[in-house]
Design a protein around this ligand. Structure first.
Ligand code: GLN
Length: 556
């Protein structure tokens, strides 16, 4: 097994353009090194000034990923957890805002008394300290540090300078830089172009960093000649240039990188032994299932308000990939704007015609709420599998209160401050909260599951923990009437005070959760609720097929 006394550092940077997939590269490399028997963690450094992404709109930043310890973080941490099957924490995501905040707090405390506090050395030193924090925990053999932004951006310069100093300080066998670039294919010339990569590496060289490995994204595989050319102009041997062609699924990326021998190369450069017999069969099986499911496709509506921007629901999409693989189907997620139903742009029948299940998404604010409530009414009355997450569950409770309990005007005080029946209300502990950043009910909390429920059927456990991010909850004053009309509170906080899960036993699968199960679905352990929801949707799909065209169903 490859293990050395000192912790090894891999810095992953990106060049040419953004969105090349540094997060997926880091997660995939981490997964490969984990298969080598190493203890791995991945941390992300983001260049923006927000202390964390919790206060940003999903349009700006995509999903906010919440860790067990309640940190609101970048969605790349979701990839790290899904690929490595380990939990991350606040220490795994550091923004420039947090760095500056620490430096300024220290200055106010008097830690730098007498000094002029400057980017060099104070800010850089703070970054370096943060970059070494997880390594010092003694829990890891290798720390992968993903540096957000694109090389050449003004704002990520201090991170790159900190990386340069750490590389120098730690020495070549202990630290390395992998630079991810793009090699575009120009159709009219039928050629892959290396110039953007050369320029990007030049930018790194200007600040004193020679990348140790280049990973080049491209539409087509890189030929030997292209690798040689890139190596020649970027000061690297041909073998240090790795091609990464576009994959059909991100879950194939570890396999593609292994084919290119990235793992062996990294270990060699870090002076570690590599096991050439490493077993990647679980990844092969998983990506095969994702690409070629035996039981066809299945469409599920994801009802939300950020539908133009799927990154806002990243973990939900991935959880559906995992649940699809577990059920041997490809889940096609149909993003649906709840406002379209509200505005009458779509009738409910049109909206629901081709779907086998409906997930109402998490979210904030009143926009699109009435459309969500109408959709929930429809799926409840038409026995279509329903899964409500956080805001989605709250909308289900409002719908049930209005249409089953006769509580006209029932609402959440989030959408209507003065409401006749506040069935969803702000948690007591939230009422005194003034600051917006990091003050929701965040992170992992236990939940007790009632036996004989769909929730228990899925989890097969009485006590679970799930992650939360919300300020509102089911109002206990309405529990009795909701229960009397057939709503079951299948999951409660251990003290019984907070409703964490609801369901309707007479419905085929109608489950709402106050927490975010999507954050805990992983490649090698699908989330039980997503698994059960997709299984039920698959049943409905098959029933529909046999009703509509019995012959095909039999043949299938
Ligand atoms: N806005 C709701 C709340 O704060 C739901 C939040 C969510 O969906 N994450 O309680």
């Amino acid at each position: 097994m490859a293990r050395t006394k000192s912790v090894k550092h891999i810095f992953v940077t990106g060049g040419v353009v953004s969105s090349l997939g540094k997060g997926i590269l880091s997660a995939s490399l981490g997964a490969l090194l984990k298969e080598q028997g190493l203890r791995i963690t991945i941390q992300k450094f983001d260049p923006y000034i927000n202390v964390d992404p919790g206060t940003m709109s999903p349009y700006q930043h995509g999903e906010v990923y919440v860790t067990d310890d309640g940190a609101e973080t970048d969605l790349d941490l979701g990839y790290y957890e899904r690929f490595l099957d380990v939990s991350t924490s606040q220490a795994n995501n550091v923004t420039m805002g947090r760095i500056y905040k620490n430096v300024i707090d220290k200055e106010r405390r008097g830690d730098y008394l007498g000094a002029t506090v400057q980017v060099v050395p104070h800010v850089i030193d703070e970054i370096k300290m943060r970059m070494m924090e997880l390594a010092e925990s003694g829990k890891y053999d290798v720390v992968i540090t993903e540096i957000g932004g694109t090389v050449g951006d003004i704002e990520s310069q201090p991170f790159l300078e900190a990386m340069r100093q750490l590389k120098l300080h730690l020495g070549p066998k202990n630290a390395m830089n992998i630079h991810l670039t793009l090699v575009p294919y120009i159709k009219s010339a039928s050629e892959l172009k290396t110039k953007p990569t050369q320029h990007s590496v030049r930018l790194l060289l200007e600040i004193g960093v020679q990348p140790d490995v280049l990973v080049c994204r491209s539409e087509k595989a890189l030929s030997k000649e292209i690798k040689h050319k890139i190596g020649l102009f970027c000061n690297l041997s041909d073998t240090d240039v790795v091609g990464l062609r576009d994959a059909e699924t991100i879950y194939e990326v570890p396999l593609l990188l292994h084919e290119e021998k990235l793992d062996a190369m990294v270990l060699r450069k870090l002076g570690m032994k590599s096991n050439s017999q490493v077993d990647l069969s679980s990844w092969e099986e998983f990506s095969h299932k994702v690409k070629f499911p035996k039981d066809g496709t299945l469409r599920i509506a994801l009802v939300g308000k950020y539908t133009e921007y799927p990154d806002a629901y990243k973990s939900i999409f991935e959880a559906f990939v995992h649940a699809g693989a577990a059920n041997d189907v490809k889940v096609l997620v149909k993003l649906m704007r709840s406002e379209d139903v509200e505005d009458g742009k779509m009738t409910m029948e049109e909206a629901m015609r081709d779907v086998a299940g409906v997930l109402v998404a998490p979210g904030f604010g009143h926009r699109g709420i009435e459309g969500k409530i109408q959709m929930i009414k429809y799926v409840r009355e038409h026995n279509i599998p329903f899964f409500g997450i956080c805001l989605g569950m709250q909308c289900a409770v409002i719908e049930f209160a209005r249409h089953k309990c006769g509580l006209e005007g029932a609402n959440s005080t989030e959408f209507q401050k003065r409401t006749k029946h506040p069935v969803i209300d702000m948690m007591e502990s939230q009422k005194s909260v003034k600051e917006k950043g990091g003050t929701m009910r965040l992170g992992s909390y236990p939940c007790v599951i009632a036996e004989g429920t769909k929730a228990f059927e899925a989890y097969r456990k009485l006590l679970i923990t799930e992650r939360h991010r919300h300020r509102f909850e089911v109002n206990n004053a309405y529990r009795e009437i909701l229960q009397q009309h057939g709503l079951v509170f299948s999951g409660l906080s251990p003290d019984g005070e907070l409703v964490e899960m609801i369901e309707i036993p007479s419905h085929r699968w109608f489950v709402g959760v106050q927490f975010h199960p999507e954050l805990k679905s992983r490649v090698h352990s699908v989330h039980p609720l997503f698994n059960a929801f997709v299984a039920e949707a698959k049943k409905l799909r098959d029933e529909k097929i046999s009703r509509e065209s019995p012959k095909e169903a039999i043949e299938a």
